[in-house]
Design a protein around this ligand. Structure first.
Ligand code: SAJ
Length: 433
């Protein structure tokens, strides 16, 4: 097999699709990216990355310049001239916490319309186990071709950490499951070209689908445990952050970090795919659902901590100014999807607090859409209560003197409570007594 034998089409030029397309292009493959968003197509074709990701803009510029990557919204033309079709489109959950596969279905229909003998279809989108067999392949077979005999199918989940995507995509191990050995072999050949990490094959498509969900569920459940321990410690006067740090010295213990809740497009969504699958088999997944409930409860818990801290200075939420530091879902990123800051802002506003928010990475329109007034860091620090939600690098240098009204709720373990308390600041936080 050689790079020349493969013409790749990638459906979805988002946070994962664009870096993947660019890495294949950099490694000598001819790649066409299909996206429904016209401005994404135009940006990419001008050598600009619409996604904020370290190193991506330079890479897109290089591979578009070399002629190996181009973008289009003409799916049928792209499918006609290719033999590898990779689907990397979003799979959110709907209001009932069930997977919304509409983007995957739509991409598969476009592929099916132009599918040819010998094509390889690879799904990267996060999906409930069984989706390749029960949804993807039946759509592809509407083409009149038969899987295994006429076309091949593989599933490989992406595992890159946002904002470290290019490094992780080129260094992390990859998991691949195919509908048959030939599908896996072809997919392994392709992904070995873009990662130095090990490329592992698992028995089948469904196992590979499950691996992805297990990884994010492990993390979400572990964080829920940390959050539950933190809330218990708060109520009995133990500093949970210190206790977890000490417990983690045990060689087989790795309790994650408590915080204001779990955001982002992965950990807060993927566990629901297991819950959904388990429900269908009459074998409810109690622990995973409970972990989600705990993590979704955290913004409400933070609101409660703020209320109690204000009471110590004879204030209530009603009429108080609250300065939220950080609305991004985690430190040093501009992404606010599923951020715990949003339900917190909504709850504080519903109790008639005047909520202002500062974030060095997230733009003002997003902050306003959450219901907070965008302000400078200086203004946020003047509020009746300052609440640190996101562990952005910029907040590591906050000192007690900067907290004007002396009430500080710090939901991430990035500052030393004693330093603040010594200077008369009422310092509270998740896991802090
Ligand atoms: N968080 C905590 N405590 C912790 C760690 C994280 O409260 O100890 C919070 C963060 O603040 C954030 C959320 O959890 O709100 C998720 O952050 P994250 O850094 O754990 O994960 P993501 O969503 O940015 O990326 C995850 C990664 N999965 C794993 O590490 C198992 C990444 O490798 C996946 O590729 C990505 O999900 C994905 O696309 O699925």
């Amino acid at each position: 097999m050689t790079e020349e034998g493969f013409n790749i089409v990638i459906f979805g030029l988002g946070h994962i699709g664009l870096p993947t397309a660019s890495l294949f292009a950099k490694n000598g493959f001819k790649v066409v990216g299909v996206d429904i968003n016209q401005s994404t197509v135009e940006n990419v074709n001008s050598g600009i990355s619409p996604i904020m990701e370290p190193g991506l803009n330079e890479l897109v510029n290089e591979v578009v310049g070399s002629g190996n990557l181009r973008a289009t919204n003409n799916a049928s033309e792209a499918v006609k001239n290719s033999n590898v079709l990779i689907v990397i489109v979003p799979t959110p959950v709907d209001q009932n916490k069930c997977s919304d596969l509409s983007a995957v279905i739509s991409a598969c229909k476009m592929i099916s319309n132009g599918l040819k003998k010998g094509d390889l279809v690879i799904i990267e989108s996060t999906i409930p186990p069984g989706t390749c067999e029960n949804v993807v392949i039946p759509i592809l077979e509407e083409s009149g071709l038969k899987s295994i005999n006429d076309f091949k199918v593989a599933y490989t989940p992406e595992r890159a950490l946002p904002y470290n995507t290019l490094y992780e995509m080129t260094h992390n191990a990859r998991v691949i499951g195919g509908i048959d050995a030939e599908s896996s072999k072809k997919a392994v050949f392709l992904y070995e070209k873009i990662t130095e990490g090990e490329v592992i094959t698992v028995k089948d498509l469904m196992t590979a689908e499950m691996v992805k969900l297990m990884e994010n569920t492990y993390r979400d459940t572990n964080i829920a445990l940390a959050n539950e321990l933190a809330m218990v410690c708060e109520s009995v006067g133990i500093d949970a952050i210190d206790a977890i740090k000490a417990a983690n010295f045990h060689p087989r213990v790795n309790i994650h970090t408590p915080g204001p809740g779990v955001g982002g497009h992965c950990l807060s969504i993927d566990p629901y795919f297991i819950v959904e699958m388990a429900k269908e088999t009459n074998n409810p997944s109690k622990l995973i659902k409970t972990a989600r409930n705990i993590n979704e409860h955290m913004p409400h818990h933070v609101a409660h901590i703020i209320e109690k801290a204000l009471q110590e200075v004879d204030k209530s939420l009603n009429g108080s100014t609250i300065g939220v530091l950080g609305v991004a879902y985690k430190g040093n990123v501009a992404d606010a999807r599923e951020t715990p800051a949003e339900p917190l802002i909504i709850e504080l506003s519903s109790q008639d607090a005047r909520v202002m928010a500062h974030d060095p990475h997230v733009n003002s329109e997003i902050i306003m859409a959450m219901g907070a007034k965008p302000v400078s860091l200086k203004e946020a620090l003047k509020c009746d209560c300052v609440v640190l939600i996101t562990d952005h690098r910029e907040y590591f240098d906050i000192t007690p003197k900067m907290i004007e009204k002396s009430v500080f709720v710090c939901t991430r373990p990035i500052l030393d409570p004693e330093k603040f308390r010594e200077e008369g600041v009422i310092f509270k936080g998740v896991g802090r007594p």
